[in-house]
Design a protein around this ligand. Sequence first.
Ligand code: SF4
Length: 221
Amino acid sequence: MAYTEDDMLMLSGIQHFAYCPRQWALIHIAQEWSDNKLTVEGKILHTHVDDPFYRNKVGEVICWRSLNIASRELGLYGVADVVELHPTQDNKNAIEIADSPGWWQFFPVEYKHGKPKADNIDAVQLCAQAMCLEEQYNVVINNGALYYGETRRREPVSFDKALRAEVLSLADAMHLTFKAGNIPQEEKNAKCRNCSLKDICMPGLKLARAYLKTELYEETT
Ligand code: SF4
């Protein structure tokens, strides 16, 4: 299925949706946003990435920064932090670049604050970026990397079948939720502790409501 221009959603939201659909809906449907320490650190790191004087060019690698990307199949659009182009002999999944002879293969890199996480949310976002680039440039991209500010290291990501299927399924679920316009109910879970929206979401409220209901019911019966 190909989404229309009017259906397009922000690609960066896929990480929020994978983290918690309610968090994504509060940001993208209810337009709520709240910074916490983690999101502020992330913004500072992205300021460096977007700075044209901040360079990590190594050898033969060409870097494109803050590249606009989109996919009709996913119905997502956004900006890729850094897209590296590596020289290759294989012209099948590569492009030509003016003033840079030869063939060049895409290698997306996403910058993240903190350190690698136990889940694959960051990999999902990077894979969605790669799928956008594939659609835009008619290539296949097999690999990319996540760079973490705390460890100052790159972690390789392979865009395998399972990860691509997860991206497709999350993108579809985002569109369905957006169309319905419903904010999913809060469900207190382990992720709530680090959630930037916990003060707005108030995940304990449901439990408190249930507790009060039980207590009041017992007192009045
Ligand atoms: S506080 Fe918990 S339930 Fe609420 S949006 Fe954040 S992660 Fe989701």
